[in-house]
Design a protein around this ligand. Sequence first.
Ligand code: FES
Length: 85
Amino acid sequence: MSKQLKVHGQDPIDIDDSCPNLLTALEHHGLHVQYHCREGFCGACRCKLISGEVTYINEPLAFVREGEVLVCCSLPQTDIELEIP
Ligand code: FES
């Protein structure tokens, strides 16, 4: 079942089961997020998780604080809202 991803001021994006990760979904919708490794190592893709829950595809090695998410290696578990720095 698809989940909705909201980014401040944008129309919601549907994330379906074929989506590899949140970073790819954001890029496909023309939303620019900083990234480097795309594998959960560097922390460059850190975004603020305003609401909802994500699940990590692989446990990230980069430090993630409460209320943050690494979009390169995660998928939404519920409808979510993000703030891109
Ligand atoms: S791009 Fe490196 S942790 Fe996401």
